[in-house]
Structure formats: C-alpha cells, structure tokens
Design a protein around this ligand. Structure first.
Ligand SMILES: N[C@@H](CCC(=O)N[C@@H](CS)C(=O)NCC(=O)O)C(=O)O
Length: 231
C-alpha cells in the first residue's frame, strides 16, 4: 500500500512518531466508484485539507472489496489506520475532527449547528425528490403524474441555492465549507455532466435542475467549486 501524507499545516494531529523522530504520515484509503456523488464530497474535502489517499476503485457490479472492509456495499468508505468510516458526511466530520485546518465546519457552535441542519436537510429532505423520480423511472410504466411534483420541488430548490449565494461566494459564507462539499456533487448537474456518465440518477439531476440561463450566482458557484481540486 502506498503511504499517504498531509501538509505541514496539519502536522502534529493524528500522526504517529517514528523512532527516528518527526512524523510518519497517516495512511488513508478511499473506496470509490466512478462518478459517485458521495465520493466526490470526500474527494473535495480531502483536497481542501491537502490530504492524500490511496484509492480503491470498485464497480457497482462487484462491491466485494468495499463489503469486505466495511460490511456494507456503498461508497465512499474511508480507512484511516484502524478506523473504517462509511458514509460521506461521517467521513467529512472525521476529517474535520482529526485535521481541523483548514476548516470545513465553523468553529462557532451556533454556526456549526446551522451547517449541521443544512447537511441533514440536504440528505434527508432535498434528496427525496430525485430519489423518488429515479425509483419511478425504474418502474416498468413510470407514473409521470407522480414525478411532476418532485420535479417542481427540485426546480424550486434552485431559487433556494441562489438565495444562499446572495452576497457570498459559498453556500455558508465567503469560504468553502462542508455545505459546498455536500451539495456540489449533486447540484452541479444543473450545468455539468461528463458524457461518459450515464447513471440514471445523474440524468434525473440534470433533467430537473437545468439552469436554462437563470440563477447566475448558482451558475458561478458551480464553476467556482468545479475549479477546486479533488483527491
Ligand atoms: N449515505 C451514504 C450514501 C452512499 C451511497 O449511496 N453511495 C452510492 C454512490 S454515490 C453507492 O454506493 N451506490 C451503489 C448502489 O446504490 O448501487 C453516503 O453519504 O456516503
């Protein structure tokens, strides 16, 4: 396995000390799949913190490597030494607690709670509409009347993101945060899609979030976050 390391600014947190003195770099391993939205959350977060990770790329047809390591089949999974962490938001929180600088979460308790609320809303509320549309489209005879209100909910959410970006460059303020990590890989489909990416869920995002010339702040945010590095 390749060793991975973090940048000088985070040295002293989470490192083991070798006999020769100094710090041994931490070993991070990221289980991922091509075009995975939830993996991209972690890829953005790792790069923001100047951390590197060895990648284990799985295909959805054979999840055995990720099942073997984590007991479940979804990516991302991060392995940090003896710790095996599934779930993108749990991984973001793990990275923050171990490598707090540069931050992804506010230090102030009230602002941090607001960001926690956003992450829960995004995962538990916002995602319901595209998940429901995808499930309906997978039926033999999709019920388009059932899809319509969810499609409207998705389009309406574009106004909400536009408003969150009023007067600031990122969803929760001037700086890049866990909110941007969590939302970007999904909301980006409003204007970006890799031609090789043929996942139905991503087509649902693209079809129902299309910007069509409106929402200039959201459009600029997608470009801004898309310009960031990923691990
Ligand atoms: N709550 C998990 C969800 C993980 C998840 O759904 N991962 C997708 C990739 S984006 C996956 O592994 N899908 C495989 C499948 O559903 O077949 C997280 O946030 O990481």
């Amino acid at each position: 396995m390749n060793l991975v390391w973090d940048c000088e600014s985070v040295s002293g947190t989470g490192h083991r000390t070798p006999r020769s003195g100094g710090y041994l770099p931490p070993m991070l391993r990221l289980y991922r799949a091509p075009f995975s939205t939830n993996v991209e959350r972690v890829a953005l977060a790792l790069a923001h913190k100047a951390l590197q990770a060895e990648s284990v790329v799985i295909s959805y047809e054979d999840r055995s490597p990720v099942v073997e390591v984590s007991g479940q089949g979804l990516v991302p999974v991060l392995v940090d030494g003896d710790e095996v962490i599934p779930d993108s938001v749990r991984i973001l929180r793990h990275l923050e607690s171990k490598w707090p600088d540069p931050p992804l979460f506010p230090r102030d308790a009230a602002r941090r709670a607001e960001l926690d609320v956003f992450l829960d809303w995004f995962n538990e509320v916002w995602k319901v509409a595209p998940n429901t549309i995808e499930a309906e489209l997978e039926c033999e005879r999709p019920d388009h009347e059932r899809i319509a209100p969810h499609s409207a909910t998705m389009r309406a959410s574009l106004d909400l993101f536009e408003a969150l970006l009023d007067g600031r460059d990122h969803l929760f303020g001037a700086g890049f945060s866990a909110a941007d990590c969590a939302a970007f890989p999904f909301v980006k489909y409003a204007k970006l899609r890799d031609p090789a990416d043929d996942e139905l869920f991503h087509r649902v995002l693209e079809d129902n979030l299309r910007l069509d010339g409106g929402h200039p702040r959201l459009s600029a945010w997608i470009d801004r976050v898309n310009a960031r590095p990923r691990v």
